[in-house]
Design a protein around this ligand. Structure first.
Ligand SMILES: Cc1ncc(C[n+]2csc(CCO)c2C)c(N)n1
Length: 229
């Protein structure tokens, strides 16, 4: 635990500050059922559809990070993240959805669920009201959580990989491209958090907690869709 004189916070302090909520997100029933293959496919399909909308707003959030960047180093970093989503990740997602029988037209026309709306607009609001660090902290549960979830799923013996329809999804987030992006982000956050005051840390921890709660709601939205698609 950081001392009050020179706290020198890190990302680990953020996850530990709201440990129970973090664990609920990382070990959500949706995740456990992806791993043991008992997740109904309709739930995953609904999740993928809403995740398309999520990724579009996520790209907008990196666009906002471009705008909020105070120097060329940060500007380049945010711009590269925006480019990666727009040029690569959204295409990959559309291709992945196609494999699951969801057409691009369907994706373009689908109605946004309240959980998607709440989460994505919350992130954008944090960025609008605050500075680049507020925005990165709002994005952190998404970036850091999925990396942690996927590596845990691959490590734990209860995960079924053979004939698991969700295997490609697990392996994508456990893969080197994604994991190295996650490590970069942890490094960025550790550096930025190292000199914040205790009061500022508490503000950031509240953002992190709320974004994590909205990730939990996003999983739950997928689970609730058991009969809807
Ligand atoms: C609800 C939801 N939360 C997190 C992710 C994971 N994710 C989406 S974009 C991105 C970073 C890549 O630049 C990551 C980790 C997701 N797909 N859906």
């Amino acid at each position: 635990m950081p001392s009050s004189d020179s706290p020198h916070y890190t990302l680990a302090d953020l996850t530990q500050r709201h440990e129970a909520i973090w664990q609920t997100y990382i070990d959500h029933e949706f995740v456990r059922r992806l791993a043991d293959t008992s997740l109904p496919e309709s739930c995953f399909r609904h999740y993928l559809q809403q995740d398309y909308r999520f990724l579009i707003h996520f790209a907008r959030a990196w666009g906002l990070a471009v705008y909020k960047s105070p120097d060329l180093f940060e500007l380049r970093r945010a711009f590269e993240a925006l480019k990666a989503i727009v040029d690569t990740e959204l295409d990959l997602h559309v291709g992945f959805c196609r494999q699951w029988g969801i057409s691009e037209r369907e994706l373009a026309e689908l109605e946004e669920e309240r959980e998607t709306l709440a989460y994505t607009r919350f992130v954008l609001d944090c960025g609008h009201r605050g500075d680049l660090l507020d925005l990165h902290v709002a994005l952190a549960p998404c970036l850091i959580g999925y990396g942690e979830i996927a590596t845990r799923l691959l490590e734990q013996p209860t995960t079924v990989l053979e004939h698991n329809p969700y295997r490609e999804w697990i392996e994508m987030y456990a893969g080197e491209d994604f994991q190295s992006a996650m490590r970069d982000e942890i490094e960025w956050l550790d550096r930025a958090l190292s000199d914040v005051s205790t009061e500022r840390f508490e503000q950031l921890a509240a953002i992190f907690r709320d974004a994590t709660r909205l990730e939990i709601d996003f999983w739950q939205m997928g689970l609730n869709a058991v009969r809807s698609s």
